[in-house]
Design a binder for this molecule. Structure first.
Ligand code: GDP
Length: 372
């Protein structure tokens, strides 16, 4: 069950975003620390291919892919040393797989800013520093504890302890790197290092998608004075990371409308909601993809990590499918679209049998054969 967490300073629009995304109407309050427990929501990942498949197969039921989003409140300057809600929420951040970093790029005298003036770059740096300090603290404790264990063992060390020594050498290197002010994900690590890094659940190793909350007015006119600076900061510090502007105010309005009124409002505004793009980016931020199973009974999207082989993909449906795996019969959404139906895909020779080494591609439509 993979999750993406929403982080940012108080009053930047996290709850507003979260509520819009879950279509819930829970009130977002104009004061810091209003949300204490992280809220969790499962949102369907919009996908034209999935909608198409439902049109083609007209199944009795359908199950899209889901993204689990968690609203994590309480991150303030000094959080890593206990300010605000302190460490409680930092452990929530550790448990997510990727991060939506919401940064405030709207001015509104009615909405106080915990740091005073509106300054997205300062805010970005505060959050990054808090998260990095948290990683450093946790790592230091881990290294200290294990250093003691190793020195107690002394001469009697066996091969398991040798691995521990190797791990500690690597983690000390990671620690030094972070203490220079770097996030783990910025580093270039070899396979062995990655192996140990992955065991640590570092917050600063997680993929980040930056979401700039701009005013409704700016969102509609597609112009905001802070955006170029935010973009430049990301390009300098985290090249390749995505920045998506949205407007909490706009999304809130849209999310409260029923679907007809929603369409009308979006048409009249001349700009779409940013949420579908945000959800899809979140999903790919988790390095996930999916394959489909299609039939008259059900069209369903099954989530897999990129690079998953056919038997393990079958195992996502049921462990018996993996254990008794014989083959996967595969065709692509593209071929189905081109030929119109399954029979035509077969006639065109595009319905192909694959073995256990086959790496499933995003958008594959699969029928598994297995022994019971
Ligand atoms: P959080 O503390 O980060 O969860 O922030 P909230 O979502 O509670 O938002 C704080 C306040 O800012 C609320 O009063 C929101 O209504 C307001 N807000 C959120 N997005 C926007 C926006 O795009 N424009 C304006 N003017 N206000 C917003």
């Amino acid at each position: 069950n993979l999750k993406i967490g929403v982080v940012g300073l108080p009053n930047v629009g996290k709850s507003t975003f979260f509520n819009a995304i879950t279509n819930s109407s829970a009130p977002a309050a104009n004061f810091p620390f209003c949300t204490i427990e992280p809220e969790e929501a499962r949102v369907a990942v919009p996908d034209e291919r999935f909608d198409d498949l439902c049109k083609i197969y007209k199944p009795g039921g359908n199950v899209p892919a889901y993204l689990t989003v968690i609203d994590i409140a309480g991150l303030v300057k000094g959080a890593s040393s206990g300010a605000g809600l302190g460490n409680a929420f930092l452990s929530h951040v550790r448990s997510v797989d990727a991060i939506f970093h919401v940064v405030r790029a709207f001015a509104d005298p009615d909405v106080i800013h915990v740091e005073g003036e509106i300054d997205p770059i300062r805010d970005l740096e505060i959050i990054h520093e808090e998260l990095r300090i948290k990683d450093i603290d946790v790592l230091k404790k881990y290294i200290d504890t294990n250093d003691k264990v190793i020195s107690r063992l002394g001469q009697s060390a066996n091969s398991g302890d040798k691995n521990k020594k190797e791990e500690l050498v690597i983690l000390k290197k990671v620690l030094a790197y972070m203490e220079e002010g770097n996030d783990v994900r910025k580093g270039v690590w070899n396979n062995k290092e990655v192996e140990y890094i992955n065991q640590q659940q570092f917050i600063t190793a997680k993929s980040v998608i930056y979401l700039a909350n701009v005013s409704e007015k700016d969102y509609l006119r597609k112009k905001n004075k802070y955006l170029p600076k935010i973009k430049a900061w990301i390009d300098e510090n985290y090249p390749g990371d995505m920045l998506i502007p949205f407007s909490g105010a706009f999304e809130q309005t849209v999310s409260l409308l029923d679907s007809d009124a929603k369409e009308e409002h979006i048409k009249a505004s001349g700009v779409p909601s940013a949420l579908p793009k945000i959800i899809v980016s979140g999903y790919s931020g988790l390095h996930l993809g999916y394959f489909f199973t299609c039939g008259p009974g059900e069209v369903r999207a099954w989530t897999i990590r990129k690079g998953t082989k056919a038997p393990q993909a079958a195992g996502v449906i049921h462990s018996d499918f993996e254990r008794g795996f014989i083959m996967a019969e595969v065709f692509t959404y593209k071929d189905l679209k081109e030929h119109g139906n399954e029979a035509a895909v077969k006639a065109a020779g595009k319905y192909i049998q694959k073995g256990k080494e086959y790496v499933v591609s995003d958008g594959d439509i699969i029928f598994f054969k297995f022994n019971v």
